[in-house]
Ligand binder design. Sequence first.
Ligand code: ADP
Ligand code: ZN
Ligand code: ZN
Length: 728
Amino acid sequence: MYIQVALPVPLPRLFSYRPIEGQPLPQPGTRVRVPFGTQSQVGIVVSHGPEPDLDPKKIKPIQTILDEHSLFSATEWKLGQTASRYYFTPLGLVLPQMIPVKLRKGEPADPAPVTRWQLTDAGREVALDTLKRAPQQQRVIAYLQADKTLEEGQISELEFSRPALKALLEKGLLETVTEQPEPPTPWDPDWTGGETPPVLNAEQAVAVSAINQHEGFGCFLLDGVTGSGKTEVYLSVMEQVLRQGKSVLVLVPEIGLTPQTIARFRRRFPLPMEVLHSAVNDSERLASWQRARAGGAAIVLGTRSALFTPLPNLGLIVIDEEHDASFKQQEGFRYHGRDLAVMRAQLENVPIVLGSATPALETLNNVQQGRYRHLTLTRRAGAGQPVRQILQDIRHLPLDAGLSPPLIQRIRHHLDEGNQVMLFLNRRGFAPALLCHECGHLHECSRCDAFYTVHQASNMVQCHHCGSQKRLPRQCPECGSTQLFTRGVGTEQLEQALARLFPDAPAVRIDRDSTSRKGSLESMLERIRRGEVKILVGTQMLAKGHHFPDVTLVGLLDVDSALFSADFRASERLAQLYTQVAGRSGRASKKGEVVLQTHQPEHPLLHQLLGAGYAVFAKDALTERQHAQLPPFWQLAVIRAEANQAHLAQGFLQQAKSLLPAGQVQMIGPMAAPLEKKAGKFRFQALLLAPDRRALQQTLEPWLAELPNLESAKRCRWHIERDPQDLL
Ligand code: ADP
Ligand code: ZN
Ligand code: ZN
């Protein structure tokens, strides 16, 4: 009998090991440390069985058994298996993604004993003055004398010095105690306190009772514009579930998980809540996982990967902004958080609520097919007036950093009224290209098919595809001319132009560059809320879920590229962006305006969006997708290959194509990826389309199993992605 182990290596199979002599067989779902190549790896046991293919003498024994019991509940285990099959991704890549990083590295799954530093009697009485020659020691004693607790894990965060702690220990002023942490106490479903909710309006009440009356698995789309009271509906539905002693999993896009959101949940529910987002460190994540697994979490509020949090008594899943692209993981295990959450809800047999102002076409199709129930909120809660929409033809108009004179006038008008203005430009940096005026040379990244973006503030040019950067050149590398001009406009340039045009209106820029420091986005949002900032400039980061009641004018400077994109999802994304951004203006009692600048004022998509709105757009777009045999009607996967030479990547895909059995799956390609060269690699791809899931699954499974044996597969890197969101 051998043990099959899933290892985090990019080979689509399990690996067999011998049990350790004299020890019980490790159970499926437990971790083991095993030899792999010249190193050792932490793997997860999947099954026990004979190993027919290998010479038994070559099979090595397991080194260590790390867990006594499985880390996965039965449904979580099933979720991992289902996801692995659905996404054509080996268990070795799937299972580790479902557990915290520290567990992937082999740390103990049970809470480790905690060491606490505390004052001795002498330490409590010592006068701080006597330590004034040892300021580090003084700081520690001052901290502890102020009745604070100091755990081992806090030392570096508080910047206490280890030698100082050691010295205090030797002086007998400090002592350490090590204890096993208490298991979390179960929370009380009969809790009292918590903020009193508003009286629900009729539409909210209908939505709440539809969900509450439902038993078992069911999927609900809560479709309502921003500010229509979706969150109130979530809170209300959650309350009923929590009162039954069951816990709730809430997933939100990364950018939506603001302190305001967290505070709103905490005010409403004075219950233990685990918050999981990118700023939470690995130790905190592990601790959250441990508490949730022990039944100590009433609510888990987190981003994509929080969906795997173990919750022994799950009663409901909520996904806010379900259309958001950040739910898709773009590397390794390429899953969609929303779709896996629906799978989890089904396995756990609990309801799931998907909320959005601009539901994904996939979701709307599920509604049309009768699989999901559609609940709508048509009115903004509280006051709210319809937004005035303006399509600004900018052909022939002089542009100043992308701003047309009519838009500049409107900005002035709204600022004069004391309101805030939000300008949206989906291109960060100062300018997207650097041009030589004498010879026409455009500065290109040597590793990608892409121009360098000029970043003036840092005096650099940067490639936005591979991240390489260098000092802003003064001379053309081709002809030596110093006449270098920037072409096009990015957010950095727009911000500068606004400072010149509106010197009295402070502006803030929100994009990946300006918010890279931890906490900087939050402090910017706070300045906006306090009204210190009058103009907000940003990329699509700005388009998401923030409530700015004083913004009355929203301008979209340049969205034309989406009208001509080769990606079939581009129009859906533009429609979502426009609708979300437009929803940001005129929230309170003030009337809002949205200006969309374009060189294509006749484009039917723009007219449809401004005239009929998102719902009508979505209906037409779905019909188009059906005729074009695209998702969500057809099942789509993409196979991608990259190599140092183009023919290697292309050759592999060509060979793969020749192995694909004739039948229901069509392979389109291979073709060069839209960005053919990236970070020095040549990239090719092919689309795989099938009329239904079964056809895709049954054709691709045996096919994918053969591909690693191809000689050409060894000379490139390749992967397959199911339901790709980006075909770049
Ligand atoms: P969404 O999640 O759709 O953006 P919210 O639930 O955040 O909407 O509601 C927007 C605002 O309206 C919030 O300030 C909320 O407190 C308020 N609100 C929601 N529902 C009601 C209601 N029934 N009565 C009064 N105020 C409400
Ligand atoms: Zn030149
Ligand atoms: Zn590059």
